[in-house]
Design a binder for this molecule. Sequence first.
Ligand SMILES: Nc1ncnc2c1ncn2[C@@H]1O[C@H](COP(=O)(O)OP(=O)(O)OP(=O)(O)O)[C@@H](O)[C@H]1O
Ligand SMILES: Nc1nc2c(c(=O)[nH]1)N=C(CO)CN2
Ligand SMILES: [Mg+2]
Length: 238
Amino acid sequence: MEWEEWEPFYLRIVREMGYSIEKDREAAQILRALLLEGDDYILREELKAVVGRRVYIFGAGPSLEEVLNKFDFSDGTLIAADGATSALLEFGLVPDIVVTDLDGRIPDLKIANDRGAFMVIHAHGDNIEKMGIYVPIFERILGTCQTEPLDIVYNFGGFTDGDRAAFLAEALGAEEVVLVGFDFGETVGRWSKPGLKEHSPMWESKRKKFAFAKELLDWLAKNGKAKIIQFPVSGEGG
Ligand SMILES: Nc1ncnc2c1ncn2[C@@H]1O[C@H](COP(=O)(O)OP(=O)(O)OP(=O)(O)O)[C@@H](O)[C@H]1O
Ligand SMILES: Nc1nc2c(c(=O)[nH]1)N=C(CO)CN2
Ligand SMILES: [Mg+2]
């Protein structure tokens, strides 16, 4: 998704969610500075080499557990949306890429990174403090933002970690993007927030986030090159 396509979505998101564009911009600059300081950042070409023809993106919906129990995902690139990293690790899988705004369980994100996962860390106005603390502990980081892209801080489009991962996969050449654990129902999966002990009823800000995420994924299915597939496809997985 080009900036011109993303900007109208972003302006609606900012208005609806009450975010500050200035703070989002500041966050992008801060991430850039942290990446340069740490000297452990990567460029899109390096991540493109990791992305195969088929990509599985794992969201943190409640269905994830059953699906991870039943199916094998060894024929594609594995991308975990933030909290879903914890579920994958529980099932002995290490994602190839983690897409995060640093509100998943940090120790699990770190384990995934230590075991080889590339980190796609997103800068926004509400994670500036977390970036300062946690960006330095990770390796092999690609930076993203939701305002105008900077040289080493990319904007491929997308809002929540899950739909943003799908836009990343599309931009890096995936032909098939399979969404796993993207329930978007009335229940938020227990992996979604470090404080959640169990699957939890939807709260208002999350409902708004999910509405944008769904709209963006519909946009991608219509306008992107990659085929977007919801898993399990009907008939599979009961
Ligand atoms: N029912 C669901 N519960 C949780 N995540 C879901 C669900 N359905 C789809 N997802 C996708 O899985 C992703 C999991 O990411 P996660 O919940 O850890 O963080 P997030 O996008 O940063 O949201 P927040 O900022 O509210 O924490 C979401 O971004 C969303 O796109
Ligand atoms: N300013 C701001 N931007 C975001 C936020 C957030 O909480 N604040 N959460 C996101 C992931 O869901 C993506 N972008
Ligand atoms: Mg997150």
